[in-house]
Ligand binder design. Structure first.
Ligand code: TPP
Length: 377
């Protein structure tokens, strides 16, 4: 590993690949099999293509608001490879590339089509329901990791969030207790430079996000989040430490050894969501500077140089990914959600206000038929 990062404006990131996808002289390529190295590439392509299709479908009115992840694939996919299959993942809403590694079905798309069944179904793959309410997943992740420690099992909890969420009280509460109870958690901050239109430098006066970990008594790491090999190496070390009940803290930190805060530095290449216009708050030249570090292109160069990827293989990977996602979309679009379903899931039993709304809609349907539920009435 090297610490001579060269992402725009950065100087101290763990990096294996340079901007052109060449391995730094002093860097070590993580110990992954050839199959795994190529699998990471395919999963990154999967995430990118799903993103492209979802954005297009939004323009066609086939899907609701959607948060594009382009630029963040390396961080999401490679960090998940560092986990065991039964380690839990908790994510915000833009890190579904991580979910793709565990296998993704059409159900995932249902959420963005407005059908609540699409959220929560990933539990069978050890993935928490997504969190639109930013930061709220962090105390839960700490609690889950603490439970794992109390039970004496081996489970690590990986918690994804954006740098904007570090301004929420939940971030402080979650990480504070993670340190106090020394829990097996990895807090993975996807620092993509923006929280909607708020730039990173206006989010916090801290020089880095990673340094916030020091206040909680554990280690913070900074990594090039657009370099899958560096992400894997840093996450793997954090996961190993989380699993080790005797992990010791670095001397200059605190007493707690098991949690880690990883700041993965990256760039959101697309809009905040499909209803955002990033031209209102950032220059095209800035996007181009970061696009030159596109994680897929850099990694593809690395794999080609290793003799692990050819043009033909890239074509068949793309074909496979397109077929898989087209099948997911077909399956999702066959489902006709019943609008009454929206009342079924938020609460175990409806609050009086929710009950009132439910009855109102049921009455509307009875009087005017199903059309009443889709018109502006
Ligand atoms: C508790 C809460 N407050 C405000 C919002 C509105 N909101 C939606 S996304 C967002 C920015 C989040 O930025 P970041 O955590 O950096 O994640 P990113 O969108 O960049 O992936 C905000 C403030 C919200 N979803 N939840």
């Amino acid at each position: 590993m090297t610490t001579t990062g060269s992402l725009p404006g950065e100087s101290d990131l763990v990096q294996v690949l340079d901007q052109d996808g060449q391995v730094h002289d002093d860097a070590t390529v993580p110990d992954l099999s050839d199959e795994q190295l190529v699998e990471i590439y395919e999963q990154m392509r999967f995430a990118r293509h799903l993103d492209e299709r979802a954005v297009t479908m939004h323009r066609q009115g086939r899907i609701g608001t959607y948060p594009p992840l382009a630029g963040q694939e390396a961080a999401q996919v490679a960090s998940t490879h560092a986990l065991a299959d039964e380690d839990w993942i908790s994510y915000q809403y833009r890190e579904h590339g991580a979910a793709g590694v565990r296998g993704m079905s059409y159900k995932y798309l249902l959420y963005w089509m407005g059908y609540e069944e699409g959220n929560g179904h990933l539990a069978e793959d050890y993935i928490f329901p997504m969190n639109i309410s930013i930061g709220s997943q962090m105390p839960h992740a700490t609690g889950m990791a603490w439970a794992s420690k109390l039970k004496g099992d081996d489970t690590v909890v990986m918690c994804h969030f954006g740098e904007g969420s570090t301004s929420e009280g939940d971030f402080h509460e979650g990480l504070n207790f993670a340190g106090v109870y020394n829990v097996p958690a990895v807090f993975f901050c996807n620092n993509n430079q923006y929280a909607i239109s708020i730039e990173r430098q206006n989010q916090t006066a801290s020089a880095t996000i990673a340094q916030k970990a020091q206040a909680y008594g554990f280690e913070g790491m900074r990594v090039d989040g657009m370099d899958p090999l560096a992400v894997y190496a840093v996450t793997q070390a954090a996961v190993e430490k989380a699993r080790d009940p005797d992990a010791e803290a670095p001397e200059d930190i605190g007493r707690a050894g098991r949690p880690t805060l990883i700041e993965a530095v990256m760039y959101r290449l697309g809009a905040h969501t499909t209803v955002d216009d990033p031209d209102a708050y950032r220059e095209e030249s800035e996007v181009e500077r970061w696009a030159a570090f596109d994680p897929i292109e850099r990694y593809e160069t690395f794999l080609r140089d290793r003799g692990l990827l050819t043009d033909d293989q890239i074509d068949s990977i793309q074909e496979r990914v397109e077929d898989e996602i087209a099948a997911m979309i077909d399956e999702a679009e066959e489902i006709e959600p019943d609008p009454m379903e929206m009342f079924e899931r938020p609460y175990d039993s409806p609050t009086p206000r929710v009950q009132e709304q439910k009855e109102y809609l049921a009455d509307l349907r009875e009087r005017h038929g199903d059309d009443a539920l889709t018109r502006d009435e």
